[in-house]
Write a protein that binds this ligand. Sequence first.
Ligand code: SF4
Length: 108
Amino acid sequence: MARRSGFPGRRAVWYFGSFPTYMAYVIAEPCIGTKDSACVDACPVDCIHPKKDDARFAEAEMLYIDPVECIDCGACVPVCPVSAIFALDDLPEKWAGFTEKNAAFFAR
Ligand code: SF4
């Protein structure tokens, strides 16, 4: 289980074990059941998963951004047809839980 730190600064930090994870962009609720994958194609560092050829794609309810690999470029945001991707600072409070949800997918 991830825990949020009291780390000061612009971005939230989550710890998995002793490793800090800085969240940049987060995929939120509108992606559930959509999984359009335009963001996967737009991402220059291949950090949005699972992809369509991944065995986990069919069972995943949504796509997730790897907070370690994300370079904070924002290329995924405008291509999402359901506006599901947000910079952490712009993430609506009602979807705050998706910060941990994105990070947790990569902690397995
Ligand atoms: Fe990929 Fe850039 Fe989106 Fe991060 S912000 S998930 S690097 S496209």
